[in-house]
Every structure is written in structure tokens, then in C-alpha cells.
Ligand binder design. Structure first.
Ligand code: F0G
Length: 453
């Protein structure tokens, strides 16, 4: 069970069915445009949506807001250094800022970065630097139903082929995303991280982490990996950081703060160049766009997040959500990870072809039926669309992500999701598809408009 109790509460809204219908029509069926007070259970993201602890709130009151050299920075620095061992730590306001600062400093146009899966902002920042972001996900990830323990792994053979092949000179970095958010939040094993590190050593390529969910990855390693079972998640996490030359890290996830992130590096020259850009575009190197109180809350969050009792309860919550979905006859990507449960919308709604956006259809149905907000991860987000928004090449899967904010929802909230899924699944053939009526050229899922078909 949860190793904490609730001391401060926030009422959640219960719009009526009619209000939900009106809201959805008003926003042209794009859930990003809903007002948060039109949403009952918000599972859009686990990013920046966690609940603070009493200790974090107390620390925020003693935050030092000095422009330079604040005590808060030194506490943050000590906490990050203890965890990561990186000598150079630059605070940033969120993960994508670390990506922008690092990639625009490290990369030259025409180079390639390789990842198990680049998160979309990571990819965008690589591409903005004039480079190619190449994903080499392991083969097991393609089977949504198989409970392979480490479907977030990189394909080591493909990595070696690339590092030894004709494009070798172009490879600027290998970036391992832990856990692999772009691949259904699946973890990466320590064996895979170690082998990838060895290849990077052999071919002299920097080895980096995208460490947004480093603690959740460490927990899953300590539960699933032979030789690692029973280890303290914090020790596993420390070892992962020590394997790498540096990291970009959104701390809105496993920092359990509403805003924050950091860039950690071993290379002093690269760090010095990044620091210049940080000062010019984020803030001085002892705050990087964050308030002193943010740095203090983050320092504590980094300790709280590796507590085995906390991680165990989070795993139970995700497992429970997966159970209620399966009980409603809705398939989930197996095995469930920690930060989200991914629903197989394509399988639930076989009457909807990819061009009618089954993932988006299920996300809209979840809102209409239960006031639940989720995120489509299917052809809308990942497929190829023409300028009018017609699906030219569908995504390989039509999924919906139910992301779990940290320490926010109780099991009975998740049971509400289960009951909603049951009602939808009972009449799945009545769920309408959607087509895009207005398709922006970039980041379409945020701003596209739809109508039911
Ligand atoms: N890397 C990963 C693996 C992420 O999941 C995210 C954000 C980022 C980088 C970017 O960090 O938002 O702090 O700038 N993921 C959020 C999500 C938005 O909903 O999965 P950011």
C-alpha cells in the first residue's frame, strides 16, 4: 500500500455527461484544449503533475532565492551529484531545455544520434541541430502482448552494425532513454546498458542517458533482472548513471516536482560550452531557469523517489490499472511498467480503420464516458499524414496512454477508470471514429481539430 497518507486535498470536478459532450464539441474533439476543470481524472501525463510531500513543501519555505550561489543550488547540486556522480551539473527548467542546450552544443549538422527510442522533444532537438535521430529498439518491443521484461532495450546488434558501418563517423552520441517512454514505458536492463556502454567505448562514441524515469527503471531492474533482483533501486540507479558520460533529465517525472530538470556531464570542455549557452538562454548556472525553492524541492524529490516502499506502491497502482483494464476486456501493452498503462485501442475498436484514428476515438470515449483524459499514441501522433490530415501511413499500433501522476490518484480513482472502460468495451462497436478537419504542419496532436465520422 501507499507509504503515505493524504494531508492536503484538492477537489476534482465532476462535469455531467451533457457538459462533457458540450466541452468536447467546443474543443473540436481535441483533449488538449479542454479546461482542466472539465476533467475528472487527468491521466494525460505523469510530467509535472505529481503531489509534493510535506517535507518538500517545508523545504520550499527555506529556499534561497539569491541570484547566484544560492544555498538551494548547493543542496540541489549535492543531491544530484550523490545520485549521478557527474562533476558538472547544470540546472534547467525542464528536460527539453537540457536537450536543446546539449544538442546545439554537441552536434554538428549531418550527424546522427542513436537511441533505444528518442522521446519526441529529444528527437525534435536533434533535428533542430540539423541531425538525424535514429531509433534502434529491440525486436521484443514489437510484440505488444508478450511479457518480455526489458522491451525498452536497444537492439545491440543493430547498434554495433551502425557503429562499425559506413556511417560510423557520423554517429555523435548514443542516448539511452530510461524508462523507454516512446516504447510504452518499458525498462532497459542493466545488461543492455552495460553492453551499449562497451560498444560506445569500443567505437569511441559518447554514451548518454535520458534519465527522466531513472528511479522507475531501477525499480523494474531490481524486480526483473537476473543478478539484480533485490538490490536497492537507488544503488541500481547510481550504477546506471555511472555507466554514462552524462545525462539529460526532465525532473518533472522522477524528481517529483512541478518544474525542473538538469544536464549532467563528465567532459569539462563540453560542460563549459553548455554553461555559456545555459547562461545566455536559461539563466545563471546556479539556477538555470528555476527558483531556489524549486531546486530544494527537487533535491528532496530525488531522495523520496528511490524509496522502495514508494516505488513498490507505484508499481502496484500501475498493475491495478492494468488489471482493471484487462478485466474490462481491454488489452494493455504487456507487461505494464510504472509510469503509464498503454491500452490497445486498435484491438478494442477493430471496426475503425487507422484513418478513423482508433486511439483518438478511445481517448474521446474515455472522456465522454468517464471524464478521463488520456493521450493517443497511434496514427494521429506517430503516423504519416498528408496536409489535409489524411492518414497516408498508419502507425504500427493504435494505443492510448493512461499516464499515472505520482502520489495523486487512489485505487478507487483507478477503479473508476476500470468501470468506464467496461462500459466502453461493452458497446465498443458504437464508438465512432474521427477525421481531422484542421491539421497544423507541426506538433499536430496538440492543435489539430476533429469531427466524428
Ligand atoms: N524525455 C522523456 C523520456 C520524456 O518522457 C519527456 C517528457 C522529456 C524527455 C521532455 O521533458 O517535458 O520536462 O521537457 N515527457 C512528457 C510525457 C511530456 O508526457 O511523457 P520535459
Amino acid at each position: 500500500m501507499e507509504p503515505y497518507r493524504i494531508k492536503v486535498i484538492e477537489p476534482i470536478p465532476f462535469p455531467s455527461r451533457e457538459e462533457r459532450e458540450r466541452a468536447l464539441t467546443r474543443v473540436h474533439y481535441n483533449l488538449f484544449d479542454l479546461h482542466a476543470d472539465e476533467v475528472t481524472i487527468d491521466l494525460l501525463t505523469d510530467s509535472g503533475t505529481g503531489a509534493l510531500s510535506a517535507a518538500q513543501l517545508a523545504a520550499s519555505m527555506t529556499g534561497d532565492e539569491s541570484y547566484a550561489g544560492a544555498r538551494s543550488f548547493h543542496r540541489f547540486h549535492a543531491a544530484v551529484q550523490d545520485l549521478t556522480s557527474y562533476p558538472h551539473i547544470l540546472p534547467v527548467h525542464q528536460g527539453r531545455a537540457a536537450e536543446r542546450v546539449l544538442f546545439s552544443t554537441l552536434l554538428e549538422p549531418g550527424q546522427i544520434t542513436i537511441s533505444n527510442t528518442h522521446f519526441d522533444t529529444t528527437r525534435a532537438n536533434v533535428e533542430l541541430a540539423g541531425c538525424e535521430a535514429r531509433d534502434l529498439i529491440c525486436r521484443e518491443a514489437a510484440d505488444l502482448d508478450q511479457a518480455h521484461p526489458f522491451k525498452g532495450n536497444i537492439d545491440l546488434a543493430a547498434l554495433e552494425r551502425t557503429l562499425a558501418g559506413p556511417e560510423a563517423a557520423k554517429v555523435a552520441a548514443v542516448i539511452m532513454t530510461i524508462t523507454n517512454n516512446g516504447a510504452a514505458g518499458q525498462p532497459v536492463s542493466m545488461a543492455n546498458l552495460t553492453a551499449a556502454r562497451q560498444l560506445c567505448d569500443q567505437y569511441d562514441v559518447p554514451f548518454l542517458l535520458d534519465a527522466a524515469r531513472f528511479a522507475e527503471n531501477a525499480w523494474l531492474v531490481s524486480q526483473r533482472e537476473p543478478g539484480q533482483v533485490g538490490r536497492e533501486p537507488r544503488d541500481v540507479a547510481k550504477e546506471a548513471f555511472r555507466l554514462a558520460d552524462g545525462c539529460v533529465a526532465s525532473m518533472k517525472k522522477d524528481g517529483i516536482v512541478h518544474m525542473g530538470g538538469f544536464l549532467g556531464l563528465r567532459d569539462p570542455d563540453l560542460a563549459a560550452r553548455c554553461e555559456m549557452l545555459l547562461i545566455a538562454t536559461e539563466g545563471f548556472s546556479t539556477y538555470g531557469g528555476l527558483a531556489g525553492r524549486d531546486l530544494d524541492m527537487l533535491a528532496l524529490g530525488l531522495t523520496e523517489v528511490t524509496e522502495p516502499s514508494y516505488l513498490g506502491a507505484r508499481a502496484e497502482a500501475a498493475a491495478h490499472l492494468a488489471d482493471v483494464a484487462r478485466a474490462a476486456d481491454v488489452a494493455v501493452v504487456e507487461p505494464p511498467g510504472l509510469h503509464a498503462v498503454y491500452l490497445n485501442a486498435g484491438r478494442l475498436l477493430p471496426h475503425l480503420p487507422a484513418e478513423h484514428l482508433p486511439g483518438h476515438a478511445l481517448a474521446c470515449a474515455l472522456y465522454l464516458e468517464g471524464g478521463i483524459r488520456s493521450a493517443e499514441l497511434g496514427s494521429l501522433y506517430l503516423g504519416e499524414l498528408d496536409e489535409q490530415g489524411n492518414v497516408v501511413k498508419p502507425a504500427p499500433y493504435e494505443l492510448v496512454r493512461l499516464a499515472l501522476p505520482r502520489r495523486v490518484y487512489t485505487m478507487s480513482h483507478l477503479d473508476h477508470v476500470g468501470r468506464t472502460l467496461e462500459r466502453i468495451a461493452r458497446q465498443a462497436d458504437r464508438v465512432p471514429g474521427y477525421r481531422i478537419t484542421d491539421c497544423p504542419p507541426l506538433l499536430r496532436h496538440f492543435k489539430a481539430r476533429f469531427e466524428p465520422v
